[in-house]
Design a protein around this ligand. Structure first.
Ligand SMILES: Cc1cc2nc3c(=O)[nH]c(=O)nc-3n(C[C@H](O)[C@H](O)[C@H](O)COP(=O)(O)OP(=O)(O)OC[C@H]3O[C@@H](n4cnc5c(N)ncnc54)[C@H](O)[C@@H]3O)c2cc1C
Ligand code: SF4
Ligand code: SF4
Ligand code: FES
Length: 471
């Protein structure tokens, strides 16, 4: 149904607008500027900052102040965006915002436009940089679908944080919260891992060594290899974990093991047997960062972690943050190539429908040449990976990293022959891991890896595009 049109007036201008649109949208369309802080076109309006306040007179002549970002246009509405009352309201709000975040440039500039250089209100914390606009929580929930952060507490203690203030097990480091934050708040980065381009460069300089490749990140070696372990591909992840543990390079390793059927969980391995028990890919996103936090708290100082690129991003961010407090903590990061991961329940349902088989009974699963293959009772059942789109984990289409660019060593199957792993060595730690490990080397097709890496980056850029479009 075509929406009805209504007639209204904005600052004396006769305007037509579609029913269901807001005053803010209509004002912008006809060139009337209204300041906003907590508004983002791609997200639902929240009405938190109230800076977009305007004065309306309805058909019955009643006047009041409303927030234009979430107030719908109505027939006969008269809107004033710059009346004395509106300016007074905005000035008061800016005084309050300036008292909350006195050092934030964006607030200072906005306040200055309204003739305010200093707030008359009490400043609680000079370093506060979060205005509680909720853009970060909304983007994480509504667009990315991850729900890693939310508001907690009330009154002056109100803040954006992770459940129980713990290291997030859900954050995929997509950076969307940092992109939308109007003040560039560092607070949303506590216990979550949004990594922007500048963070990547900083981390690369701190931890990695080699030449930077536009698509594959920093690396000093890339090859195909097969180990003596009968793993997912060339068994390189397991072989390197075992060799590293035997040589004392780490005392504990966070790995992913099947728990029940195809369900998987992150566990800590302390010996070769436990590492071997976890070989093979589970095409799921598995929560692991709180485990890393716990190991550090327990006093473990040499820890290895195997994860998908999102887990790698998170582990690196933790390592970067804690390095001054815990200079003797060594974290060795194994990254797995990952185009996307699946949600266990949804994957079980979809494989039942498409493959006619029970995922929980699969001895092995494999993604190869665009096919998802489950080996059940020695028999291969397969479908196109494309057809499993309903089972993809929330957020994966916003993730731009295929090769785990921040790992010490990245491992995948693309680019190598069947039975071989593609290995990318990115740091001295990665190089050291390979010393003393006997492997059979093979040819690697770098262009195949590059192609998928670029494809994934393009998909993420497209998904995040709405956040960069003007409001
Ligand atoms: C969700 C997911 C998607 C992937 N997609 C691709 C892809 O598109 N293209 C590609 O080339 N490679 C992909 N891989 C990587 C590939 O499947 C192999 O894991 C990799 O090649 C290592 O093989 P391997 O023989 O060395 O592993 P193995 O020696 O068998 O060891 C595998 C290691 O990975 C760990 N592990 C298993 N599942 C998970 C998990 N879900 N999260 C964290 N750690 C886990 C295990 O604990 C084990 O230590 C993906 C991996 C995952 C987890
Ligand atoms: S980085 Fe992404 S997943 Fe993590 S909190 Fe921010 S928006 Fe959510
Ligand atoms: S695509 Fe892979 S690396 Fe990216 S968020 Fe999903 S599971 Fe994590
Ligand atoms: S922009 Fe409308 S309330 Fe913040």
């Amino acid at each position: 149904m075509v929406p009805k049109e209504v007639d209204l007036k904005i600052d004396g201008q006769e305007v037509k607008a579609k029913e269901g649109t807001t005053i803010l949208q209509t004002a912008k369309r006809v060139g009337v500027e209204i300041p906003t802080l907590c508004h983002q076109k791609a997200l639902s309006p929240f009405g938190a900052c109230r800076l977009c306040s305007v004065e309306i007179t309805d058909k019955r002549g009643r006047k009041r102040i409303v927030t234009s970002c979430n107030y719908p246009v109505k027939e006969g509405l008269v809107v004033h965006t710059k009346s004395e009352r509106v300016i007074k309201t905005r000035r008061l709000l800016l005084e309050l915002l300036l008292a909350r975040c006195p050092k934030v440039k964006k607030i200072q500039n906005l306040a200055s436009k309204y003739g305010i250089e200093k707030s008359m209100f009490w400043i609680e914390d000079e370093e506060e940089d979060c205005i509680l606009c909720g853009l970060c929580t909304r983007v994480c929930e509504e667009l990315i679908g991850v729900y890693a952060i939310n508001f907690a507490e009330r009154g002056t203690k109100r803040e954006v944080t992770t459940p129980y203030h713990e290291l997030s097990d859900d954050c995929i480091g997509c950076g969307a919260c940092a992109i939308v934050c109007p003040t560039g708040s560092r607070k949303i980065r506590i216990n979550t891992y949004p990594i922007l381009e500048e963070d990547t460069t900083e981390i690369e300089q701190l931890f990695l060594k080699g030449k930077k490749d536009e698509s594959l990140g920093v690396f000093n070696d890339m090859f195909a290899a097969k180990s003596s372990v009968d793993g997912q591909d060339g068994g390189m992840a397991t072989a390197l974990l075992i060799s590293g543990m035997q040589r004392g390079l780490f005392e504990a390793a966070i790995i992913v093991r099947r728990k029940e059927g195809y369900k998987a969980e992150a566990v800590v391995a302390y010996n070769v047997e436990e590492i071997m028990e976890a070989k093979g890919t589970k095409y799921l996103r598995v929560k692991m960062m709180s485990l890393l936090g716990k190991l550090i708290e327990e006093g473990k100082r040499k820890i290895a972690i195997v994860g998908t690129p999102c887990e790698v991003r998170a582990a690196r961010k933790i390592q970067q943050i804690i390095q001054s407090e815990f200079p003797n903590v060594e974290i060795t990061i194994f990254g797995l190539f990952c185009f996307e991961a699946f949600d266990y329940e949804k994957l079980k349902k979809e494989t039942k429908r498409l493959l006619g088989t029970d995922l929980d009974k699969a001895e092995k699963t494999q993604i190869q040449k665009g096919k998802f293959i489950a080996l059940v009772d020695g028999e291969e059942h397969s479908c196109r990976v494309k057809d499993l789109h309903n089972a993809i984990e929330n957020g994966c289409t916003y993730c731009d990293d295929f090769t785990a660019r921040l790992a010490d060593i990245s491992i995948g199957s693309v680019g190598s022959e069947k039975g071989y792993s593609t290995v990318i060595v990115r740091s001295d730690v990665g190089k050291r891991l390979l010393e003393k490990l006997e492997v059979t080397k093979g040819e690697v097709a770098k262009d195949e890896v590059t192609k998928l890496a670029n494809f994934k980056k393009k998909r993420a850029d497209k998904s995040l595009e709405p956040l960069f479009q003007s409001n």
